[in-house]
Design a protein around this ligand. Structure first.
Ligand SMILES: Cc1ncc(COP(=O)(O)O)c(C=O)c1O
Length: 452
């Protein structure tokens, strides 16, 4: 009998995170100081991150041991199941075999606690009393609130205003875990006040909320900052998903033909596919497909340049695909995919053509999400639904070519707090934003001048 869920025991939770840096086809471009334009050193990051995380950010060790205290907490929901989506396959009449790695089973409902727990742990070890962060959809803010609560650290979350209004219960979740939450732009920081002066109705963006959280951390001695995506150490922590998936595929006797994930900053997708990159470089025929919204098409339409990670130009300059740090995307419901840049490690692999990317508008994405809910049961987060749309398209292609390919997707989160978005979809109120060409052209004019 074929199993639906491929389940590992707690003993099989990875004991080490996988660091892709030594396996990259070329060394990553260094982050640059926003003031001097020179490569930054660990001491430049010390005001906002604890040293252990900085070491991980710049590490070239192939594997990094996961402390027992973190594994103990991972055991609350890890290993996560790899599920065969047979009902979705049947509905699509496809010969493809579809699997999803279900990260929605974590306490916060997404993949984000994989890094939140690690980051809160290293901050606690360094004696940090409070962590400030931003959140888009509210998934990262909830994950960090949960993790901080377990380690007895205070948590302050700047939540992108349009999500704050669309998802009041994400805020309640964060309050339940003891965090404080402000809509961004807020009047708590200079960066927030500056934007509010220009546009009191600004819907906010991740880039702006990052500026607020970084400013909060930089101006308070007992406070550090945590980022839920983009940075090397975040992607490193997320590799627990790909490492488990590798073992699970082996148990199922499968070899993946393609790995698919949605991309906001790149962490869930990177976590899934990084542990497979070496196999592809050795000649295995495997595709990695990144999926983003047409309204924020970072990989498909951005430039591969150094840019700031935030609106207020406080973060180091990162070499990444970017739409320009001043770009504020339309308020789509996949709040977690509204970021102007992407993780530099993912961007390097995209530039090297190891990864491919595509973009979709909202309505077809929600149509795929509803099909998934009606076949597999779980209601996907709008972000996750982008990956599902790509899975559906690839499975339909397999139907046409009669190929029984193995498609593996990272199911990054459930949509239980996104039902307002589903209601808008059912009522025909979701706008299919086109690529906002004019706004992006304007924002790209603001890219910093860097000698590369
Ligand atoms: C459910 C879910 N999936 C995906 C993302 C995108 O982030 P990343 O690309 O870092 O995984 C988010 C971000 O908030 C999210 O909440």
């Amino acid at each position: 009998m074929k199993e639906t869920k491929i389940i590992l025991s707690e003993r099989e939770i990875p004991q080490e995170w996988y660091n892709i840096v030594p396996d990259l086809p070329k060394p990553p471009a260094p982050p640059l100081h926003p003031g001097t334009g020179k490569p930054i050193g660990p001491e430049d990051l010390a005001p906002i991150f604890p040293m252990e995380l900085i070491k991980q950010e710049v590490s070239s060790e192939p594997m990094i041991a996961i402390p027992d205290e973190i594994i103990d907490i991972y055991k609350l929901w890890r290993p996560t199941p790899l599920v065969r989506a047979t009902r979705l396959e049947r509905a699509l009449k496809t010969p493809a075999r579809i699997y999803y790695k279900n990260e929605s089973v974590s306490p916060a409902g997404s993949h984000k606690p994989n890094t939140a727990v690690a980051q809160a742990y290293y901050n606690m070890k360094a004696g940090v009393k409070r962590i400030a962060t931003e959140t888009g959809a509210g998934q990262w803010g909830s994950a960090l609130s949960f993790a901080c609560c377990l380690f007895g650290i205070k948590c302050t979350v700047y939540m992108v205003k349009c999500s704050y209004e669309q998802k009041p219960y994400r805020k309640s979740m964060m309050h339940t875990w003891g965090a404080e939450v402000f809509p961004s732009p807020s009047d708590k920081t200079n960066s927030g006040r500056e934007i509010l002066k220009k546009d009191p109705n600004c819907p906010g963006s991740l880039g702006l909320a990052i500026s607020e959280a970084v400013e909060d951390a930089a101006t308070h001695d007992d406070t550090k900052y945590a980022l839920g995506s983009v940075l090397n150490h975040v992607l490193l922590h997320q590799t627990v998903t790909g490492l488990e998936t590798k073992k699970q595929l082996k148990l199922a006797g499968e070899k993946a033909d393609m790995l698919i994930g949605c991309v906001g900053g790149g962490s869930n997708f990177a976590g899934l596919f990084f542990p497979f990159v070496k196999d592809k470089m050795k000649g295995q025929n495997i595709r990695f497909i990144a999926v983003e919204p047409t309204s924020c098409p970072t990989l498909t339409k951005g430039l591969y340049k150094y840019d700031f990670g935030d609106v207020a130009k406080m973060t180091p300059l990162l070499k990444m695909y970017t739409l320009g740090h001043s770009f504020i995307p339309p308020s789509i419901h996949a709040g977690g995919l509204r970021y102007h840049g992407d993780a530099p490690l993912l961007c390097l692999l995209y530039d090297e053509k190891i990864v491919e990317a595509r973009a979709y508008t909202q309505n077809p994405v929600f149509e795929a999400a509803q099909l998934f809910a009606q076949t597999e049961g779980i209601i996907p987060a709008p972000e996750t639904a982008h990956a599902i749309k790509a899975v559906v398209d690839e499975a339909i292609k397999c139907r046409e070519t009669r190929e029984a390919k193995t498609i593996v997707m990272l199911f990054s989160g459930h949509g239980h707090f996104d039902m307002g978005a589903y209601d808008n979809y059912f009522a025909g109120k979701l706008e299919d934003y086109k690529y906002p060409e004019e706004k992006i052209r304007e924002a790209l004019k603001d890219l910093p001048k860097v000698n590369e």
